[in-house]
Design a protein around this ligand. Sequence first.
Ligand code: ADP
Length: 343
Amino acid sequence: MSKSLDNINEQAIEDVINKLQNFEETVVKNEESDIEPEELNEEQTKSEEQENLVLFSDLGLDEDVLRAIKDLGFETPSPIQERSIGPLLDGHDILGQAQTGTGKTAAFGLPLLSRVDRKATHTQILILAPTRELAIQVAEACQSFAKYIPHFNVLPIYGGASYEVQVKALNKGAQVVVGTPGRVMDMIKRGKLKLDKLSSLVLDEADEMLRMGFIEDVEWIIEQCPEDRQIALFSATMPDVIKRVAKQYLNSPIEVKIASKTTTATTVRQRYWLVSGLHKIDALTRLLEVEPYDALIIFTRTKTEAEELTNRLLARGHSCEALHGDIPQKIREKTIERLKMVN
Ligand code: ADP
């Protein structure tokens, strides 16, 4: 039994060594590494900024919208909100690069809702989103921002749901429509969604719409909007097609780029190596032999795996300790201290 296992191991090690010899380094290009110096400075001066915090009430938003966000517990604007709200209130086009979770919805929702003509019931704002879930989520957020605006309607329209219900709601009048490109295009073609008096168009997660094959529909929709409409285009990444769309349809946009919180420091080099389960330990020990290091941290998926790996590394002569939630706090702290002291 152990002999055959040894054979397997020998074979595995040989495989690993072969792989290592052909090992092509793959440096994962950090998409955020081209952060403009301006943004880096912004990160560095964060503590200064915290001293003169901008408040939502400083940004010129409508009083009813301010009341609503107070109810939601929003106190200070996120970076994308701080930099987009003013220009959007002033009627500028925006080209925003930011990841999900940075507060984009409020960044465009708050200023655009503040600009809505309350006496009119026609569609004034159209928001395009890549998926039905996102369309619903954005519509719900806009509804919550507009809860103190009287006679105000936000309508999500998306594929896979009944036309009739959505047409009825459109006929009643919705100042804000949030939809997926396919269904929005259908509704325009059927004459149910009229954009002749539209004032603002938002393209949310434009790169996702591109990825899902909606970009032609999006361009068709843009072309149905009035010439003087305002456009806010948000995208996590800026592939060439999105840059082209922005160049073609946006009017001297203000560019807002927010560095992702998960950005890897530019000093970190990332490499990956695909290895199947059985060969992982051999690959790892080989790497430990060939790569110089002072100390290192290995992440595993489960506590059991952390324990198993620790034992296997100890058996191979490495100094190693496990760290997970079942280990008492005091011992965990000691382990971290020891790790820090290695040099
Ligand atoms: P994105 O559109 O970029 O994915 P969201 O607009 O959905 O991000 O915001 C993410 C979450 O953060 C939401 O739950 C939202 O209610 C909350 N949020 C947004 N802006 C603020 C803020 N200024 N203060 C507190 N919470 C906020």
